[in-house]
Write a new protein. Structure first.
Length: 249
């Protein structure tokens, strides 16, 4: 059985504060009392009635590394109307977000913001058909090659819902948030990514066999990586982005 996307993780200088920010922006709930927080992190989960996420949670893990470059990935939040977009932006600013300039044009309808830890995200204007029916997190938009999009399609067994001009996107068969890759030119990767995927297997699954499958698909092991006996196995996707596989159960 293949891995599922358990969490999108943020390395955060203030995990609790960042969880509070995103909980307020998204309307998600802080997930209490799970053994995942043995790493000192905080997780937020969508409301039980909201199935339009792709099944993942968002985790905020403690890190002392300062932010020195634009992230390789960011959230695109959806809007039902112009007023809904305005309210999302206002709520984010009230919670500690800020407007930033990453080269967007005045005529573009989306609003670019950063959370209190400097992580970029966009609030997309209403009427975006590509993000229709995806939920509040319309997409995790990544800087990456077509190869990495195809890798993640196979790794998660999520179909490609876009594959054109070196740009790719995948989405869970159950719907929800899309994960997109913008194609070349891809900004050179320096240091550890602030955002990364955490995969999970059901109890009793063979994690070593799953790691072997991911390696056969094009993942690699970083130098000095822990063995499969640890709580998490760290791997790199074909673009060199970190991701981890949790111990089953």
């Amino acid at each position: 059985m293949s891995s599922e996307l358990f969490a999108i993780c943020f390395n955060a200088t203030r995990p609790t504060g960042l969880a509070r920010f995103w909980s307020g922006v998204l309307g998600w709930e802080v997930n209490p009392g799970e053994d995942e927080d043995a790493q000192g992190g905080v997780a937020i989960v969508p409301p039980a009635a909201d199935g339009a996420t792709g099944g993942f949670r968002i985790r905020f893990l403690p890190s002392q590394e300062p932010k020195t470059r634009q992230n390789q990935a960011h959230f695109d939040l959806t809007s039902a109307s112009a007023e809904d977009q305005r309210q999302t932006v206002a709520r984010a600013l009230e919670l500690g977000g800020q407007h930033i300039d990453i080269g967007q044009l005045p005529e573009e309808g989306h609003v670019v913001l950063a959370d209190p830890d400097g992580n970029e995200f966009c609030v997309i204007e209403p009427g975006n058909t590509f993000l229709a029916d995806t939920g509040v997190i319309g997409a995790l938009a990544c800087d990456g090659t077509r190869e990495v999009g195809c890798f993640w399609s196979e790794a998660l067994r999520w179909p490609l819902v876009w594959d054109q001009d070196e740009e790719t996107a995948i989405q869970s068969p159950e719907g929800g948030t899309k994960i997109t890759w913008g194609g070349p030119p891809v900004a050179p990767k320096t240091g550890t990514n602030r955002l990364f995927f955490e995969l999970a297997l059901p109890a009793g699954a063979d994690r070593s066999a799953e790691v072997d499958r991911l390696l056969a698909l094009g993942a690699t092991r970083p130098e000095a990586a822990e063995t499969d006996g640890g709580a998490h196995v760290l791997l790199l996707d074909p673009d060199g982005n970190e991701f981890s596989v949790r111990r089953p159960g």
